[in-house]
Design a protein around this ligand. Structure first.
Ligand code: NAP
Length: 289
């Protein structure tokens, strides 16, 4: 049993922190900017809550964060009352936020200067993966630090991989998002076409999902897409944040990502339709407008 802190109890973090208690039996102190969510979490899982990220981190062997973007991450780590001011030497900070590789390297340096470890550890698997504790975790950092943190990370995951030095977890997550962007647009076009052709989409997917066209997106999203239901899941705003990071990194490394850049613009259309918090499968709503 370890002592852990968890910062950011959003769609993902709420459940991930919960698994640290229910599966790992760890002692957990949480922090959330909107305190009501922390109160709800403590009522559900036990543990304690802190008033600041710094207070949450004090005395913890492992400090986790899952917040929004690079600036949010800086604010809860190196900002005033940030967790880095309270994290003890020898502890390990595990960042589950999807952020840039650049901020991962910056925070890793800051952690090293204070004598504690840092892992960038973005996740994939959506809200359902967080709820079921079945996330895929892509980690960047030092292998000794990784091996120490692995059993605790495994509380909320089905697959944990060390991808290389710090920043490699975020770079792997970028590869993941490139795969998803083109794939979801393809799935949206397929359902759009199937409907226009007068086919029964349930029947179509039942058959083709068993063949070469099958995917996680198809299995988990076709029903809600077919019903035009998008008030759940991975928000379009977050996907645009991720694609901005991907396209920025591609400008640095020279990779050519024409489809990813195009799908990013399609998500911009969805935002203009009022779909900022809709699930990423809402690319179909854009085709059906
Ligand atoms: N949702 C998914 O399916 C999914 C899948 C994979 C990866 N991710 C990534 O995981 C991260 C979290 O996603 P999510 O869906 O859980 O987001 P979310 O529901 O919007 O939650 C974000 C969390 O971060 C906190 N936060 C944001 N900015 C903050 C700041 N400046 N200071 C303090 N706290 C701050 C929020 O606090 P409040 O409660 O006060 O707003 C909330 O607890 C993102 O990087 C996202 O890209 C999400």
């Amino acid at each position: 049993m370890a002592t852990a802190a968890f910062i950011g109890l959003g769609v993902m973090g709420y459940h991930m922190a919960g698994h640290l208690r229910t599966r790992g039996g760890h002692e957990v102190r949480v922090y959330n900017r909107t305190a009501a969510k922390a109160d709800k979490w403590v009522a559900e899982f036990g543990g304690t809550s802190a008033k600041t990220p710094r207070e949450a981190a004090e005395g913890a062997e492992f400090v986790f964060a899952c917040v929004g973007n690079d600036d949010d991450l800086r604010s809860v780590t190196t900002g005033p009352d940030g967790a880095f001011h309270g994290t003890a030497p020898g502890a390990i900070f595990v960042d589950n936020t999807t952020s840039s590789a650049e901020v991962a390297r910056e925070l890793s340096e800051a952690a090293e200067a204070k004598g504690f470890g840092f892992l960038d550890a973005p996740v994939s698997g959506g809200e359902a993966g967080a709820q079921n504790g079945m996330l895929t975790v892509m980690v960047g950092g030092n292998s000794d630090t990784f091996e120490r943190a692995r059993p605790v990370i495994e509380c909320y995951s089905k697959m944990v991989g060390l991808m290389g030095d710090v920043g490699s977890g975020q770079l792997t997550k970028m590869v993941n998002q490139i795969c998803i962007a083109g794939l979801v647009q393809g799935l949206a076009e397929a359902i759009h076409f199937g409907k226009a052709a007068g086919l029964d989409i349930e029947k179509v997917i039942d058959v083709i999902s068993k063949g070469a066209a099958g995917s996680w997106q198809m299995e988990n999203r076709y029903k809600t897409m077919n019903e035009g239901h998008y008030e759940h899941g991975f928000a379009v705003d977050w996907m645009r944040k991720d694609l901005a990071i991907v396209l920025g990194e591609a400008r640095n490394n020279g990779a050519s990502l024409p489809v990813t850049a195009l799908v990013d613009q399609f998500y911009r259309d969805v935002q203009k339709m009022g779909g900022s918090r809709w699930d990423t499968s809402s690319l179909l709503a854009r085709l059906e407008r």
